[in-house]
Design a protein around this ligand. Structure first.
Ligand code: PMP
Length: 444
């Protein structure tokens, strides 16, 4: 039996029993057993470097040993694991730590709402809050946005394939061009302003604008600080709430705890999930300016709002943010990633059109979209896990854990570079063969 057959057999349980909707196990065709920081191992003992980090849920890496110790201690002490949204010591400690380490130093004042534990849960609760506060229904969202897979968040998501899965008419949203959608020379915030100012534009005054400061799934498009500030002003002028979906970009992914910190905007609502759970544990927060916290008790609830293991892990994870060292380290390592990508873009200008993203979420956009998936496939074969992004899956995206060791980061970049060379070589050969075949056909 060759290795390919062995791998196919290993996956047979999933192929027979798991729904056709499964996805990542199709790109990464092996069965994983162990993981530590930025490395994963499969059943054959093969080691992979993880440049995907649970799609942003593992900013602090796999199995951080301090967090693990806290979790084990909590379990051994018979700490409450499930408690709906009852008051627990674990929740209290988390709230106090979050306030002390994150909110206060940034002069942010938010009430914390615990929706269900996923990204889409926080987005749904944010949309409901904005509609309830303003009494309006329409929400402005942006081209190539990704906010989740349930009805409300999917209504604000651009991807046509994903939207079609809803099976009904998605509504209550108006899509506007994101920053840079028409190129650098056109500031799309002016279009938004004009359309909202104009009573004849056909756009109902919205309850909110929801945006990602950097579109993780939508192709690593980033909004400039100036654009974000203009959008904030437009929100204020039209009495709309500004919602920042920091589900993927929060918790340090772009270099600061909140992705909007450097821009100076103060969103009315912030959605956090993924890495807030510290250890890859499901947890989500919806941060709401106190004046907008107009919920009645139990008006929006759910069984898994705030799980205590999530609180224990999240509290310990916040230790990374107690000093500036972590942030400095993210910056230093993200410059290593940027330098590597810039060099590759300069070496292969016919193939790579652009280096995109920032901090610990960067990538290469390919002129020929399928090369991004080709690169990820070869990289996986060579021991590196990374994914594509963008409407045509044209961007090969790197998002390692923020805690990745320097040597492992370098090793991962080397594997990626090698994979890139292999993919381009294969593509060059295919193009040559196709050209020869064409010449032969022409001369027949
Ligand atoms: N918002 C953003 C910006 C996301 O990237 C994601 C997930 N990729 C979500 C929301 C949805 O999160 P979840 O998959 O946990 O529902």
């Amino acid at each position: 039996m060759n290795q390919m057959q062995q791998q196919t057999d290993k996956l047979s349980v999933f192929e027979q029993m798991e729904s056709e909707v499964r996805s990542y196990c199709r790109s990464f065709r092996t069965v994983f057993t162990k993981a530590s920081n930025a490395k994963m191992w499969d059943v054959n003992g093969k080691c992979y470097i993880d440049f995907f980090a649970g799609a942003g849920a593992l900013n602090y890496g796999h199995n951080d040993s301090n967090i693990r110790t806290k979790l084990i201690d909590y379990l051994l002490e018979d700490g409450v694991a499930h408690s709906l949204d009852m008051a627990t010591k674990a929740k209290e400690t988390f709230l106090l730590t979050f306030n002390e380490v994150i909110l206060q130093p940034r002069r942010l004042n938010y009430k914390v709402m615990f929706p269900g534990p996923t990204g889409t849960n926080t987005v749904e609760s944010a949309l409901k809050t904005a509609r309830k506060v303003t009494g309006r229904t329409n929400v402005i969202c942006f081209t190539n946005a990704f906010h989740g897979m349930t009805q409300g968040s999917l209504s604000a998501t651009g991807n046509r394939f994903k939207r079609a899965g809803a099976g009904l008419q998605l509504g209550g949203t108006t899509f506007m061009p994101y920053d840079g959608y028409f190129g650098e020379s056109l500031d799309t915030s002016f279009m938004l302003e004009k359309l909202l100012d104009d009573p004849g534009s056909g756009i109902d005054l919205p309850a909110a604008v929801i945006l990602e400061t950097l579109q993780g799934e939508g192709g690593l498009n980033s909004a400039s600080s100036a654009w974000l500030r203009r959008v904030e002003q437009i929100c204020r002028k039209n009495k709309m709430l500004l919602i920042v979906d920091d589900v993927q970009m929060g918790c340090g992914r772009t270099g600061t705890f909140f992705s909007f910190e450097d821009s100076g905007i103060k969103p009315d609502i912030v959605c956090l999930s993924k890495s807030i759970g510290g250890y890859g544990l499901p947890l989500a927060l919806t941060l709401i300016k106190p004046e907008h916290d107009i919920w009645s008790p139990g008006e929006h609830n759910g069984t898994f709002r705030g799980n205590n293991l999530g609180f224990v892990a999240a509290t310990e994870a916040l230790r990374y943010w107690k000093s500036n060292d972590f942030q400095k380290d993210i910056k230093r390592k993200s410059e290593v990633i940027f330098a590597c990508l810039e060099r590759l873009a300069a070496d292969y200008p016919d193939w790579i059109s652009e280096v995109k993203g920032k901090g610990f979420i960067q990538g290469m956009a390919f002129r020929q979209p399928n090369l991004a998936a080709g690169l990820c496939a070869v990289a996986f074969n060579n021991g590196l896990i990374m994914e594509t992004s963008g409407p045509y899956d044209e961007v090969a995206k790197l998002m390692p854990p923020l805690t990745i060791e320097d040597a492992v980061l370098k090793q991962g970049l080397t594997i990626m570079e090698q994979a890139l060379k292999e993919v381009i070589e294969t593509e060059n050969k295919t193009v040559k063969y196709a050209a020869v075949a064409k010449v032969e056909v022409t001369y027949k």
